[in-house]
Design a binder for this molecule. Structure first.
Ligand SMILES: *Cc1c(COP(=O)(O)O)cnc(C)c1O
Ligand code: SF4
Length: 464
C-alpha cells in the first residue's frame, strides 16, 4: 500500500506523508458496539421494551436456571435435540446453571454449539470430556489456606474474602465450584453464606495481621450483595488501619451491566465506599470478568461510562477457554474493546483444573502463544499478564516463569518463592491436546509419578 497523504489543515504547509499504511477498517471493529433491541430476536423477549430489559430486577427474575426455562425462552430457535443435550449437560454439571437474559440474547442461536457465550454458561452432555486424573475439587487449596471460613490468606500482604456463595450467573468453568451455587447432583458444596458473624471474624483476623494491605472481596459475586452490605463490608475494611486497598470482584458488568444503570442503591453504595476510601487515601476498585468481546455492548458502554464519571477504576480478569477466547484475534479484540471502555485488562488465567470442564481447558503453550500476539497490540497498561494459578496453593505465576515445561506430557513446574518457598507446583495441560501415546500413560496410574517426578527432576536441574 502506498504512503498515505494527510491533507494540510494549516494553509500553506506541506501534506504530511504517513509512514504507516492506512489501517484495515476491520482492526477498528473493537469500537463497534451492539446497540438497539437485540434481545427481541429471542422469541420470549420479542415484546420486551428497553425499559424492561434495562431493569436489573427483570434480568434477575428472568434468568434461566433449567432446560425447561431455556426451551421456553428460545422456543423454535433450536432443535429439540439441542435441548435434550443441554438437559444431559445440566444433569452432569458440578455447577449450578444460571444465565441472564442479557447473555442469552447475545448467544448466536443459529450456531449455539460454537457460540463462545453458550460454551461458558450452558453445558452440553455431548461435549463432556473425562477430567484430568490430577484434578481435585478445590485445586487451588483455598480452604487449606483459610484461617477463617471464607478468608484465604495465601500471599503475604493480600487476602481473598469470600463474602457469599451466589452469583448473578453461574459459569461452567468456575474455580470455586466447591462452594459457589447450590448443591448439584455431582457436588455437595461448602457453605459460604452471607453472615455478619462470619464476616466479623474475617475482619477481626484481617485487623490482627498488620501485613495485610490488600483485600479482594469476592464470592460468589459482590453483585449479589445488597447495597447496605456493600457499605457494611466497605466501611469495616476501610476502618482497619492496615488495609490500604480493596477490590470488589464481580462478573456483573459482563453478564448484567443493567444493574449499574438501574440499581441506583447498589451503584451509589459502591460509589460512597470508593469516595470514602479516596478521602482516607485508600484505593477501592471494581474487578470484573469479561471473557469475550461479544459480551461488551452499548449497554456495557453506558454502564462503564457511569463508573468512569464517578471515578471508579475497573480492572478485568479473564479465563482462557478453548473455543471461547483461545485465539490471538479474539483475545486482542477483547483487550482492545475493554481498553476502549476504560477497563484495564489485568490478568488472563490459564484455566484452573476444575471438575467437569476439561473441554474448556487449554495448554500453557496456548497461553504463551496468545500472549505473544496480544502484547504490543495496545498500551502496556491495558495488556494483561497471562498467569497460571498454581494448583496446590502456589498462587498466580506468570505463565512464562516455569522452571520446566514438558510439552509432551503437558506438565509444567512452577515455584513461588515469595508464597511457599522451596515447593514445586505442577500444572497439567488437558489430555485432549496431548499425543495418544501420552494419553495412554495418563490412563495408567502407575505412570503418573514417573511423569511428575521426571518433570520435577528436570526443574531441580535448573535451580541455581
Ligand atoms: C488472586 C488472589 C489474590 C489477589 O492477587 P493479585 O495477584 O494481587 O490480584 C489474593 N489472594 C488469593 C487467595 C488470590 O487467589
Ligand atoms: S461469577 Fe465468578 S464466582 Fe460466580 S460462577 Fe462465575 S466464575 Fe464462579
Amino acid at each position: 500500500m502506498s504512503a498515505l497523504k494527510v491533507l494540510p489543515t494549516v494553509p500553506g504547509t506541506q501534506p504530511i506523508i504517513s509512514k504507516k499504511p492506512a489501517v484495515d477498517p476491520s482492526t477498528l471493529a473493537y469500537k463497534d458496539l451492539l446497540r438497539g433491541p437485540f434481545w427481541q430476536r429471542i422469541p420470549a423477549y420479542a415484546s420486551v421494551t428497553e425499559e424492561q430489559f434495562l431493569d436489573h430486577n427483570w434480568q434477575a427474575k428472568n434468568s434461566i436456571t433449567s432446560p425447561a426455562k431455556l426451551l421456553a425462552a428460545v422456543q423454535e430457535l433450536v432443535p429439540a435435540a439441542f435441548i435434550q443435550d443441554a438437559e444431559l449437560g445440566f444433569k452432569h454439571s458440578p455447577m449450578s446453571v444460571r444465565v441472564s437474559p442479557y447473555m442469552l440474547s447475545l448467544i448466536d442461536w443459529e450456531n449455539p454449539y460454537e457460540d463462545p457465550l453458550r460454551i461458558q454458561f450452558i453445558p452440553m452432555g455431548s461435549k463432556l470430556k473425562a477430567d484430568h486424573p490430577k484434578l481435585d475439587l478445590d485445586s487451588l487449596h483455598e480452604q487449606a489456606d483459610a484461617p477463617v471460613p471464607g478468608l484465604t490468606h495465601r500471599y503475604q500482604d493480600k487476602a481473598l474474602f469470600l463474602a457469599l456463595d451466589t452469583c448473578p450467573v453461574y459459569c461452567r468453568f468456575c474455580t470455586r465450584s466447591y462452594a459457589v451455587g447450590v448443591d448439584t447432583e455431582e457436588v455437595e458444596k461448602v457453605s459460604l453464606k452471607v453472615s455478619s458473624e462470619r464476616w466479623a471474624r474475617a475482619f477481626e483476623y484481617i485487623a490482627s495481621r498488620p501485613e495485610l494491605e490488600d483485600i479482594v472481596i469476592s464470592g460468589g459475586d459482590a453483585y449479589q450483595l445488597r447495597a447496605q452490605q456493600i457499605e457494611e463490608i466497605g466501611d469495616a475494611l476501610l476502618a482497619i488501619p492496615n488495609v490500604r486497598r480493596m477490590r470488589f470482584a464481580t462478573k456483573g458488568p459482563a453478564v448484567m451491566p443493567q444493574k449499574l444503570l438501574t440499581d441506583h442503591a447498589w451503584t451509589d453504595a459502591l460509589t460512597r465506599v470508593v469516595e470514602k476510601g479516596r478521602k482516607l487515601h485508600k484505593e477501592v476498585v471494581l474487578h470484573t470478568h469479561f471473557n469475550h468481546p461479544k459480551e461488551i455492548t452499548g449497554i456495557t458502554e453506558d454502564a462503564m461510562n457511569k463508573l468512569m464519571e464517578r471515578g471508579i477504576t475497573v480492572r478485568n480478569q479473564s479465563v482462557l477457554q478453548r473455543g471461547v477466547n483461545d485465539s490471538p484475534e479474539t483475545m486482542t479484540m477483547l483487550v482492545k474493546r475493554m481498553g476502549h471502555l476504560n477497563i484495564h485488562a489485568y490478568y488472563v488465567y490459564v484455566h484452573d483444573l476444575v471438575k467437569g470442564v476439561e473441554d474448556l481447558r487449554t495448554s500453557v503453550d496456548t497461553a504463551i502463544f496468545i500472549e505473544k500476539h496480544v502484547r504490543g497490540s495496545t498500551a502496556g497498561i491495558n495488556t494483561p499478564t497471562f498467569v497460571v494459578d498454581a494448583p496446590g496453593g502456589g498462587g498466580k505465576r506468570d505463565v512464562h516463569s516455569f522452571e520446566y515445561y514438558d510439552r509432551e506430557t503437558g506438565i509444567s513446574v512452577y515455584m513461588a518463592p515469595s508464597v511457599k518457598a522451596g515447593q514445586y507446583f505442577l500444572y497439567f495441560d488437558p489430555l485432549h491436546q496431548l499425543s495418544k501415546a501420552v494419553q495412554r500413560r495418563w490412563a495408567d496410574p502407575a505412570e503418573h509419578d514417573l511423569m511428575t517426578n521426571a518433570a520435577i527432576a528436570k526443574a531441580k536441574e535448573r535451580i541455581r
